[in-house]
Design a protein around this ligand. Sequence first.
Ligand code: NAD
Ligand code: MG
Length: 397
Amino acid sequence: MIQGVTVLGATGSIGLSTLDVLRRHKDRYRVVALSGRSRVDRLLEQCIEFQPEYVAVADDQAADEFAQKLRTHRLENIRVVNGVKGLETIASLAQVAYVMAAIVGAAGLRPTLAAARAGKTVLLANKEALVMSGRLFMDIVRRHNALLLPIDSEHNAIFQCMPAPNEQSAAWNKLGVSKILLTASGGPFRKMPLEELEFVTPAQAVAHPNWSMGRKISVDSATMMNKGLEVIEACWLFNCTPEQIEVVVHPQSIIHSMVEYVDGSVLAQLGNPDMRTPIAHALAWPERVASGVSRLDMIAVAKLEFERADMQRYPCLRLAIEAMQVGGIATTVLNAANEIAVQAFLEERIRFTDIPKVIEESLEHRPSTGADNLEAIFAVDEWARAHARRFIAGLKN
Ligand code: NAD
Ligand code: MG
């Protein structure tokens, strides 16, 4: 049977890779819906190629303009929806089995949760959603019998190295798992003298040595907040604590992560750094399909290196691990403050080294709210954004 797919964030880096995998397997998958907020021309090209039933754009005005463009291409059959409601609609359509959650940041939370509530197979790239509201998110997945498959390359690797997925919620001692080794490339500033870090530019920060990604996650990789968010993501996905995860810097990004067992076995998943591998893996699971990724040439790679993560160089990693240890809304605050700080850095309003300062300060002043419902989570998210903005405004004086 041909399976229906919704791609949330189709115009982004993960969205493009997803469509490239889907394009190779038209006999297995049908694109039912696409979403994009900016890069409207790209979205239009995707509509022309994949002829989805629905497309979701930013707001009313964008919807009117997009409908007009569709008419000029005689694609008026495609229904244009917009806003969060529109995203929630396309994430829960009856004819859709798989929802790729690839909107960046907190904006992806509501549509991703809508997909989980509709019991879909959720292919999760949007790690910020889990960081904001891990407990609620996982509860919804369980309650509505959704299937959550990780797209983040590390988590996809861990998933592949873990025992059978229906056992993954069992206690680790029953599974014989002793540790997760979460690999990190170290980003573009791994070897830069610490005193030069405050002068790095957005262009330098987004130039990742191994992966081609969106701007926000590229900055997160440079600060290693990305790895911090991934520690949190792994805790929720694999039912463990930050103490059971060791971050290992592995500059070649060939091993995508490892799982250590009590008998001394360490299982790793390897491959060229290309997101089409985890995307194809999750789409076809438990089967396998071709992804278009070139074969790994171990002889050409020749050498795999490993280093300990330096917490002085990467204070964002420390802050994320501490926030997960504290629990509750701390990770919601961490995520929101980070999004605001990264945006400010990309707009050259703060320095690279101010990013952890904004986050640490926001965490210190966080409210004492609980994280037990979505309204509370969004209220905390908004508080943290406002707080971070005020702190940034103060930094300039
Ligand atoms: P990107 O910036 O390239 O694309 C983001 C997508 O989200 C675009 O389609 C954009 O239109 C949409 N979007 C942005 N803001 C929106 C909003 N407010 N409302 C609706 N749509 C919005 O980002 P990316 O690199 O593709 O990353 C997407 C997600 O996947 C992120 O959460 C990232 O952490 C995660 N991820 C990415 C990679 C990678 O290799 N790029 C790897 C692992 C995880
Ligand atoms: Mg990753």
